[in-house]
Ligand binder design. Sequence first.
Ligand code: MG
Length: 390
Amino acid sequence: MSHPEPIAETLAPYAAHEDRSRGRRYPEPRPEFRGEYQRDRDRIIHSNAFRRLVYKTQVFVNHEGDLYRTRVTHSIEVAQIARSVARALRLDETLTEAICLAHDLGHTPFGHAGQDALNECMREHGGFEHNLQSLRVVDELEERYADFPGLNLTFECREGILKHCSARVARELGDVGERFLNHRQPSLEAQIANLADEMAYNNHDVDDGIRAGLVDLEQLREMRLFRRQYEQVTTRHPGLGGRRLIHEIIRGMINHIVVDLIRCSHARIERAAPASIEEVRAQPHPLVSLGDDTLEEHRELMRFLREHVYRHYKVLRMTTKARRVVRELFDAFMNETRLMPPEHQALAGRGEADRGIAGRARAVADYIAGMTDRYAILEHRRLFDPAERT
Ligand code: MG
């Protein structure tokens, strides 16, 4: 496949053409020198939530070392993988990038441990789900514009951010929730962003896991995705070791899986031959997909990481501490909302007036979810350590 420039003129008919966008919640004049999806991406990059991703954990807590992925480097790696795939399939690269950069904006401090803890705290009050929170950040929580709350992104970008949700939540969300009730698909750009997320963390967590000493090459060679590249690299470069060996292997793994994704998705799109994004949405299944064999190898590596990295005792010790911090912050603020800074107190008061205790809980969850790892640790110390300044 060739990559002619400019890409806009060569977009496939089934791409998310911005002149056929379903628009923004609050109508705005068209941007003068940018496209609509460029404007979405730029708004995301300028948001507070995006800057906070620098200090939010992927797997390892932020202060454990400067080389580990954080949410921001993860998001950039996701975008980088997804853009290559989008361009090769003649889809809108900028929309794909915007979705990827926004996909983790709602993430709590301390990665999945933080999200699980907050979800547990919110069980009686509608639950907490980081994916839904990302949409909440761009729709409601960012405060940057005089005329509307949030970032007022296009429907296509919001559709891509919301990867999954329950029927109950889907009904509350209106337009962007409809596909979960009608069993329809999101745009191909959104489908790519979704898969690129898994592909990015599978590969960078191998890298981080080796660096942290949680897994070694011997164990990883049991994984087909890894072993294939290991054999190719060591054949090409006998005697190569250390970081160069690892990086050659990981680069090979990313390339292998990206090429498979492009080839397989291209074939599926050709077979289904959707004439428009609406026909993509009406498909019974996503058209962006890995081939069966590669998908199985990809899942094998995911299971391996879950077992050997995410559940490693050193990681579990950290995540147990993180869960406790989130739980104790939540309980303290729920019991006494005046312990929060004034703007969050006010939001809790308004939420409670509107929706009772669930409204108060949502304001507390929003405050905690917005925290970076180090801010959450500091807030916890300020509340619970008598020697710490408040
Ligand atoms: Mg992610």
